[in-house]
Ligand binder design. Structure first.
Ligand SMILES: [Fe+2]
Ligand SMILES: [Fe+2]
Length: 374
């Protein structure tokens, strides 16, 4: 007897199987007979294991520019009948995608950490009361603003077409990261004999306008590119802000997470502008508004003064060290923000209302920043 092919053998099994359940319900063995979807793919695990990039092979790796349906069916599966419309409004790849999103997802999963376990809480030194107050004010503000970066992706994720699941999966990791940042900052404020201090309306106004952005791309410009970029630069100054090795570690751990969020936003905007040049103006409008709000937030008396106090190491050096270091930090924040805009393909140099001269920003170093990492 000639040897049956795999499909013939499976069909023969399906033919022999009962057509009804013992309760008289019809049975469907279509899955055994195969489907038009691609069969027999065998991705090779890379050195790190089986990554999302490894399984993006054949038709499974083809991310459509325009999604054809609005269901939760996995990209590449055989979709039958009329699946209900999930109400997705972000149905174009350029609405949500970034070319680094699979890599960023893998990195995020590999680098999860625990605010409970990975911070040496029992090594916190007793600090002078004024320094502890400054630390608590900084972490009060940070704990407050972190959750915007979870709420905002959450607000848009259920509107994203499921064909772009890697982008949604990455945003899930961001939400977890932000929960951990809120946790670690709140824990630090409460862990050394201090507590939570002031929340002011300027911070809340900034958060509200991010949350209320009209489109996801505007939202990501305000959140990932502008807001989180600024926070990332504060974390990068963590070595100078932190009074002990415990806060230094907190800033270091949060920094690596934040860098991923900024990298996604920068590359998403780049992808959006390259594929749909019309969105550039919409991004500029959001940033016109966002820069103004951020400048107001930057003058937030509590957060700013507490940071300067820590940068100066206390009262004695607030003027000769604290404020100058804070100015340097601001210069750095605005320089890296404007460079990120260049990389994203939305140069702000001709458009921004930021007082570049006053901030001491060297525009020649920013112009034409290369299109590589964020
Ligand atoms: Fe964060
Ligand atoms: Fe973040």
């Amino acid at each position: 007897m000639p040897k049956l092919t795999e499909a013939e053998s499976n069909n023969a099994i399906a033919d022999r199987l009962p057509a009804m359940t013992p309760m008289g319900q019809p049975l469907d063995w279509a899955w055994l007979r195969g489907a038009p979807s691609e069969w027999g793919v065998r991705p090779k695990p890379s050195a790190r294991g089986l990554t999302m990039s490894d399984i993006a092979i054949g038709t499974y790796g083809e991310v459509p520019e325009q999604a054809q349906r609005r269901s939760m069916a996995g990209r590449g599966s055989t979709v039958e009948g009329d699946a209900p419309d999930m109400g997705y409004i972000l149905n174009k790849k350029s609405d949500v995608w970034s070319d680094n999103v699979r890599e960023l997802y893998e990195e995020a999963v590999a680098r999860q950490w625990s605010a409970t376990r990975d911070i040496p809480w029992n090594e916190l030194p007793e600090l002078p009361s004024d320094i502890e107050h400054a630390v608590c004010q900084v972490f009060t503000t940070l704990a407050e603003i972190e959750m915007i970066a979870a709420d905002l992706p959450a607000k848009w994720m259920w509107r994203m077409n499921h064909d772009y699941l890697e982008a949604k999966m990455f945003l899930c990791t961001q939400i977890m990261d932000e929960a951990r940042h809120t946790e670690v900052f709140r824990k630090r404020a409460l862990s050394n004999g201090g507590g939570l201090l002031y929340s002011r309306s300027s911070g809340e106004s900034l958060l509200r306008s991010i949350l209320e952005a009209k489109t996801y791309t505007q939202a990501t410009a305000l959140l990932h590119l502008l807001g989180e970029g600024f926070i990332l630069d504060i974390f990068r100054m963590g070595e100078l802000i932190a009074p002990s090795h415990v806060e230094k570690k907190i800033f270091r751990m949060a920094m690596q997470d934040e860098a991923r969020h900024v990298a996604y936003g920068t590359m998403h905007l780049r992808y959006a502008v390259e594929n749909d040049p019309d969105v550039a103006e919409e991004i500029h409008e959001a940033l016109d508004h966002g820069e103004l709000l951020l400048t107001t937030f930057g003058t937030n008396a509590d957060f700013g003064s507490a940071l300067a106090y820590l940068l100066g190491g206390g009262e004695e050096h607030i003027e000769d060290k604290g404020f100058p270091l804070q100015m340097e930090m601001q210069r750095h924040q605005f320089t890296s923000y404007l460079s990120r805009c260049e990389r994203a393909g939305i140069s702000r140099l001709e458009r921004t209302k930021l007082p570049l001269d006053l901030l001491g920003i060297d525009v020649s170093k920013i112009r034409g920043t290369s299109a590589t990492a964020a």
